[in-house]
Design a protein around this ligand. Structure first.
Ligand code: FDA
Length: 515
């Protein structure tokens, strides 16, 4: 305790000395003796697995208002042997943005760096990392009825983590990922330099668009290119149970979802439900079409008649209304709900994993999944099947670090949510999702078994707890997230942070052995 209290005092003194305006900065720094330390820490935790009393806590939380506050925090952490965790929205599946098992560490919480400036004339926007995608969507809608941005479904996601790990939603088959639409960025590196695209160079600018920001520095802001949409889109949600032919429908969707017109996105959510006291599987087909119902119906008739979509299943609305619809806000909610940073699932424990599918899973393989759902004891187990194809097929695997492009039919997100606190429940539910993952092995991508960085999963491999992690060792998990791009990421890391100051359980390794 005495060594951590002295590093804590030293760190605070250092911040005081190196801050341009020390008095106002001190209001942005919180230690566990501050009244608001705990509420601030918990405010952006979105997975209860990482908010228990045994979860390691930061020595200090800094909530910067300006880049100079970040620079001072980096300088003083290095001087006093502290690690940094950077948090924007706090949705990391494994809590890496606010938990380090190597105390003492400080938390840079970017919650106050959240401005969004949309320029509708040039169809671009600058936004700070601590902004949420809900704020971005809101500000776009304030300025235009036909501009939009391809990003996630849950509106509380922070753009710091979301964009730097990829970022996808219902516009992805038309316009790709968030990271595909970034045109400039501001980052502070391990030397404390504030860099833009030109001064950071194309290697680093490449790395932070999909390679995860946390390995390279602290991203302060992004410049993005907005995309054009028609003023009205069409949405539908159609659910079918096993008794309503769900197995055949899901089987057929696998070959169709990635071949559809780019304007049409249909994802599938699978879960176990009770209907008339009988357990069954429900497949929900959720869709957005960038056009009218009149155009959608014949398209569906041609490509996916099995679903039996009818006009009454569909609603026409503006793009911003579709954001509220898919984020499950009650019908009629004002757009201002997009500015709320608290999400609906906040009081749940969860574990997620991801897979990519390149060949349709046969019907008996799907039936095995249904049996896996029967063994599931948590409040909610889900599989979300997200179609690829369209724009995703056109972008080269090495354009940005995110490599999952041509040849993928769809991505699966495996999820389990539970309410009960304690190790026993956690072990039981995580054991289930791991067994599901094992069951899926024959049906999904191989060598490597690919995974999506933004659905971070420490089961697929981690860096050494203490000491140097070699490139070969890190490749175990790195090749799954990044395929052949992992080598270039390690090269960029070695160039910009050779001593591996910015590190975590799954940070890109430097090729220069250190500590
Ligand atoms: P958080 O702050 O936890 O950061 C995540 C990682 O990025 C950490 O390693 C952190 O250190 C680092 N980081 C954050 N800010 C940084 C910065 N400024 N500079 C450097 N590094 C930084 N994904 C998706 O693509 N589509 C979707 O629809 C959804 N939906 C969704 C719903 C829910 C409820 C959750 C919990 C998650 C998702 N996701 C998702 C996954 C999401 O994209 C992923 O968790 C992002 O990393 C979240 O970004 P945050 O800034 O919120 O996370």
């Amino acid at each position: 305790a005495s060594s951590s209290s002295s590093s804590h005092d030293n760190f605070l003194q250092c911040l005081h000395l190196h801050s341009p305006n020390a008095t106002s900065f001190s209001k942005l720094v919180f230690t566990n003796t501050n009244f608001s330390y705990s509420s601030l820490l918990h405010f952006s935790i979105h997975n209860l697995r990482f908010s228990s009393h045994t979860t390691p806590k930061p020595l200090v939380i800094v909530t910067p208002l300006r880049p100079s506050h970040i620079q001072a925090s980096i300088f003083c952490s290095q001087r006093h042997g502290l690690q940094i965790r950077t948090r924007s929205g706090g949705h990391d599946y494994e809590g890496l943005s606010y938990v380090s098992h190597h105390p003492p560490f400080i938390l840079l919480d970017l919650i106050n760096l959240n401005s969004v400036h949309v320029d509708q004339h040039s169809a671009t926007a600058w936004l700070q990392s601590g902004a949420t995608i809900g704020q971005l969507y809101y500000q776009i809608a304030q300025k235009s009825k036909t501009l939009a941005f391809p990003a996630g479904v849950c509106t509380t996601l922070g753009v710091g983590g979301h964009f730097s790990g990829g970022g996808y939603g219902f516009l992805m088959r038309k316009y790709g990922l968030s990271a595909d639409n970034i045109i400039d960025a501001h980052i502070i590196d391990a030397k404390g330099r504030l860099l833009d695209r030109e001064s950071m160079g194309e290697d680093l600018f490449w790395a932070i668009r999909g390679g995860g920001g946390a390995s390279f520095g602290v991203i302060v802001a992004w410049k993005i290119r907005l995309v054009s949409l028609p003023p009205r889109v069409t949405v539908f949600r159609v659910a079918r149970t096993l008794e309503q032919n769900a197995t055949k429908l899901v089987h057929a969707w696998q070959s169709v979802g990635s071949k559809l017109d780019k304007d049409l996105f249909i994802r599938v959510i699978l879960q176990r439900v009770n209907v008339n006291k009988k357990t069954t599987i429900k497949a929900s087909f959720e869709s957005m079409f960038l056009g009218s119902v009149e155009k959608l119906l014949p398209l569906m008739q041609e490509m996916f008649p099995e679903l039996g979509l009818v006009r009454e299943d569909c609603d026409e609305m503006s793009w911003i209304e579709s954001i509220l619809y898919f984020a499950n806000f009650p019908i009629g909610s004002p757009l201002e709900v997009l500015l709320n940073r608290t999400d609906l699932n906040k009081s749940l424990f969860f574990k997620g994993k991801s897979d990519y599918v390149r060949e349709p899973i046969p019907e008996n393989g799907l039936e095995g999944i249904w049996r896996m759902f029967d063994e599931q004891e948590a409040e909610l187990g889900l599989m979300i099947l997200n179609p690829y194809g369209g724009r995703m097929d056109e972008i080269a695997e090495n354009e940005i670090p995110f490599p999952h492009r041509f040849g993928n039919l769809y991505k699966i997100q495996h999820l389990v949510y539970w309410l009960q606190e304690g190790e026993e429940a956690e072990e039981r539910h995580i054991d289930w999702i791991r067994r599901l993952y094992t069951y899926m092995e024959p049906f999904v991508s191989k060598s490597p078994r690919a995974a999506y960085l933004n659905y971070r999963d420490l089961d697929i491999g981690v860096n050494n707890n203490i000491g140097y992690t070699s490139y070969e060792q890190a490749s175990i998990w790195g090749s799954k997230y990044f395929k052949n791009n992992f080598r270039r990421l390690a090269y960029v890391k070695t160039k910009v942070d050779p001593l591996n100051f910015f590190r975590n359980e799954q940070s890109i390794p430097s090729l220069i052995p250190s500590h």
